[in-house]
Design a protein around this ligand. Structure first.
Ligand SMILES: Cc1ncc(COP(=O)(O)O)c(C=O)c1O
Length: 365
């Protein structure tokens, strides 16, 4: 029998997220409202849709392994050099590359308990040792992350801003100070998957050549291209170049590259999506309050709704909503797991959620 590596042998049979499709197969029906994965029900830019339709017949070609045109457009957007940008198969793919670049078995990594689990999945997959600090007031606790990084001599720390699952943010100046205080042997992976929903003054301004930070961005959220699998990282030239040693050079889907490029060029789409998200989030807050729950102040395209009981109750709410064909999720860890997490969606989605959420709560209370 061929032996697995020591790391693989010991890995748990874990799946970071069970997809809604798996749930649909188990339940025997399709969801009516898909509000659990923070996708954008408002869809991609029309320009992206057009180019995907037009170029589908050219899918016989590999994508450009350098994602040149897309990197050019992203460099212009962020006022950095193309050498500061690497494109990859969503943030999820880039997180895997990042961990592979830095983490050998036994190396220390710090994250927040209950923060984005795909990062943890990669760290464990490369044999890294994860330390988890707690959220503070439903925010990533920068002081605790820093203290744990220093204590464990961590090589990598992870923070998301806005964070998943609570949608809260850290003050941009605090984040910039946090980077200054990090030891020079430690790299911050700042996951900004949801930063397209933020006003510019809430996004930390940090010199792109600062070697202590890499920022992760995606087309999966505001740009509405989750299924295309396209993300990018912004960082110092040397760090970005090092991805070339290990990345899957032909990993980018050609149509996804073209759709992402069309989306970056379409300035109107994002502002339209932001308006729709704002309106949907305010409807979800109203629904929470109508039902004597507490909406958590969110800066993302989803909202955590505090059901004002414990995790067992929140789990029941999620399960009962699923039976009523509504897909939502909930945070994994205490005390955030008192909440359910609901993505922004169309008016139809909101109407379905309004009706079923209130009935589920009546039933369970
Ligand atoms: C914080 C965070 N990072 C990354 C991702 C995934 O991004 P991508 O689709 O680019 O892999 C998600 C998706 O839910 C997320 O919440």
């Amino acid at each position: 029998m061929i032996e697995y590596t020591n790391i693989t042998k010991d890995l748990p049979e874990s799946v970071p997220f069970v997809g809604p499709e798996t749930q649909e197969r188990n339940l025997g029906f399709s969801f009516l409202a898909r509000l659990g994965a923070n996708e954008s029900g408002f869809g991609p830019s029309n320009d992206a849709i057009k180019i995907m339709a037009r170029e589908s017949k050219n899918i016989w070609k590999y994508g450009d392994p350098e994602s040149y045109d897309l990197r050019r457009a992203l460099a212009d957007k962020h006022h950095v050099s193309m050498k500061n940008i690497v494109v990859g198969e969503g943030i999820d793919g880039l997180l895997g590359y990042l961990v592979r670049l830095f983490i050998s078995p036994g190396d220390n990594v710090v994250t927040t308990n209950g923060a984005y689990p795909t990062f943890n999945y990669h760290v464990i997959g490369f044999g890294g040792k994860l330390s988890k600090v707690e959220f503070l007031d439903d925010r990533e606790d920068l002081n605790s992350i820093l203290a744990a990084a220093i204590k464990t001599k961590a090589k990598l720390v992870y923070c998301s801003n806005p964070n998943n699952p609570m949608g809260t943010i850290n003050n941009p100046n605090h984040l910039a100070d946090f980077v200054k205080e990090l030891p020079s042997e430690c790299l911050l992976c700042l996951d900004e998957a949801y930063c397209d929903f933020l006003d510019a003054d809430l996004i930390p301004k940090i010199e792109v050549e600062n070697q202590k930070i890499i920022r992760m961005r995606t087309f999966s959220k505001a740009y509405g291209l989750a299924g295309a699998r396209c993300g990018y990282a912004i960082g110092s030239e040397g760090l970005i170049k090092s991805f070339d040693k290990i990345r899957n050079h032909f990993g980018m889907n050609r149509t996804a590259q073209l759709a992402a490029l069309a989306s970056v060029k379409d300035k109107n789409h994002i502002s339209e999506v932001r308006k729709k998200v704002k309106s949907s989030i305010s409807t979800l807050s109203e629904i929470a309050i109508e039902n004597k729950c507490l909406p958590v102040d969110t800066y993302a395209n989803f909202i955590a709704i505090d059901c004002r009981k414990d995790d067992i109750f929140a789990k029941k709410v999620v399960k009962e909503l699923a039976k009523r064909k509504i897909f939502v999720r909930m945070p994994f860890s205490y005390p955030q797991n008192r909440c359910i997490r609901v993505s922004a969606g169309s008016m139809d989605d909101m109407n379905i959620f309004r009706k079923e959420f209130s009935e589920v709560l009546k039933e369970l209370r």
